[in-house]
Design a protein around this ligand. Structure first.
Ligand SMILES: Cc1cc2nc3c(=O)[nH]c(=O)nc-3n(C[C@H](O)[C@H](O)[C@H](O)COP(=O)(O)OP(=O)(O)OC[C@H]3O[C@@H](n4cnc5c(N)ncnc54)[C@H](O)[C@@H]3O)c2cc1C
Length: 401
């Protein structure tokens, strides 16, 4: 009997992670990715809590460690570069803002792709454009007109998921803006990072940051700002760069150099800070995983862990590669929801929203830095550790072996 076929749309983090588990169980797996290859961009993501447990269960932890970035910690700086506060990598037992094991998002994506490309049919430059479901199967139409009958389609195509739009409804129903925008890109290290993640906050809700990369001359830069929803073309990076110029020109620190770098960067990425909230992540033979179903926003720091854990749980609940009757599938997808929902709710709970990341007033900027400094000291340390840095990214992973 032929194994069931699963088509995954999106080869970021969740897609290849799901492909990893399903192909090892014996499913036939096709992954469509709209980009011409694995997208290399992104800043550091930390592998702590359950995300790291999943990577360990994949047997990939040593490969991740080999690519880990050497970092010294995070520091909040003034316009002249002097430091308001520091949080070294050793703070909170290695679980502070910068954790002891962090790798670049692009490295994580590359390791996952490498571990799956021999067993999985990757189709780059390809996307799902239509889905036609019946009781027994779902017929997928791809951008090139190809039609494939498969047993299950999984949208792992990020916060602007095409699969979600086709199977569940328009983006506006599920995507909730949380009051700001964010750009990432590579930039010359004009600040002399020396392994430090530097954050500069300026009145008006501006946050400029630079983090180390593998190349000491290159920083992973970020420009984020508070804002009401803006109207702009999501496919026009030059219009997005202009929005940044209007906010950050003359804002101090290295902002002008960062704007110049953004104008040149070929890995420039701009998006709203937003979360995805859905009452269910399954509709017949279609399911969602990662940011497509439950984006918590980069402010949560949990996007990668959610993607890795979600892929692990979805594959685990689907179980062995036996025929996927509609009843069996519905039961597995219901359990996936049940197991993931409390973890997703916890990760999406951001009480201070964007206010602490990009405060509006100088007084709040000073308070944020003071909080970062004092929370590492007695008597606040144990309270902060419990509230923010202990097991916040963890859930009890079911054992599917
Ligand atoms: C280039 C890039 C850089 C990022 N950098 C950071 C960062 O620095 N910090 C951070 O916190 N988060 C970052 N993220 C988001 C982070 O990767 C996710 O929050 C998290 O890892 C969840 O992963 P995901 O696989 O669900 O989504 P993503 O990692 O966003 O992957 C989704 C994938 O789907 C593909 N895709 C989109 N639309 C379609 C379509 N219609 N058809 C087929 N494929 C499609 C995308 O090209 C992408 O490869 C970045 C995402 C990307 C794509």
């Amino acid at each position: 009997m032929q194994s069931p076929t699963v088509l995954i749309n999106g080869a970021g983090i969740a897609g290849p992670a799901l492909a990893f588990w399903l192909s090892r169980k014996g499913y036939r797996v096709i992954v469509c990715e709209i980009a011409p290859g694995i997208r290399p961009g992104g800043q550091t993501v930390d592998l702590r809590g359950s995300g790291s447990d999943v990577v360990e269960r994949m047997g990939l932890l040593d490969q991740m460690k080999a690519r880990a970035l050497e970092q010294n910690g995070a520091a909040w700086v003034r316009s002249d570069g002097s430091r308001r506060a520091e949080m070294p990598v050793t703070a909170f037992g290695g679980n502070g803002l910068v954790s002891k094991l962090e790798i670049l998002r692009g490295d994580l994506a590359a390791v996952l792709y490498d571990a799956t490309r021999r067993d999985v049919d990757y189709r780059f430059g390809s996307t799902v454009t239509a889905l036609d479901q019946s009781e027994e199967s779902v017929t997928v139409t791809l951008g090139d007109g190809d039609r494939l009958p498969v047993d299950l389609v999984v949208g792992a195509d990020g916060p602007h998921s095409a699969v979600r739009r086709i199977a569940f409804g328009p983006e506006e129903r599920f995507v909730r803006p949380i009051g700001g925008y964010n750009a990432w890109f590579s930039a010359p290290d004009t600040a002399g990072l020396d392994g430090w993640f530097l954050l500069y906050q300026a009145p008006g809700g501006l946050n400029a940051s630079m983090r180390p990369s593998h190349d000491p001359s290159i920083a992973k830069a970020g420009l984020a700002f508070q804002s009401e929803p803006l109207t702009y073309d999501r496919h026009d990076p030059d219009a997005q760069r202009q929005i940044l110029v209007e906010r950050f020109a003359g804002a101090g620190w290295h902002c002008d150099a960062l704007l110049a770098a953004a104008a040149e960067a070929d890995d420039f990425y701009f998006d709203a800070f937003a979360q995805v909230h859905m009452p269910t992540w399954a509709s017949g033979r279609v399911a969602l995983v990662g940011d497509a179903g439950y984006c918590a926003s980069p402010l949560s720091g949990m996007g990668t862990s959610l993607a890795l854990v979600g892929a692990y749980v979805l594959a685990g609940e689907l179980g062995p590669a036996d025929p996927l009757s509609s009843d069996r599938l519905a039961a597995a997808l219901a359990r996936y929801d049940e197991v993931m929902r409390p973890f997703v709710d916890r990760c999406q709970d951001l009480p201070s929203g964007i206010d602490r990341y990009a405060p509006m007033r100088e007084s709040d900027i000073a308070i944020t830095a003071a909080v970062m400094k004092w929370m590492q000291r007695w008597p606040f340390r144990p309270i902060a550790e419990k509230a923010w840095f202990q097991n916040s990214g963890s859930m009890a992973l079911p054992d599917y072996r």
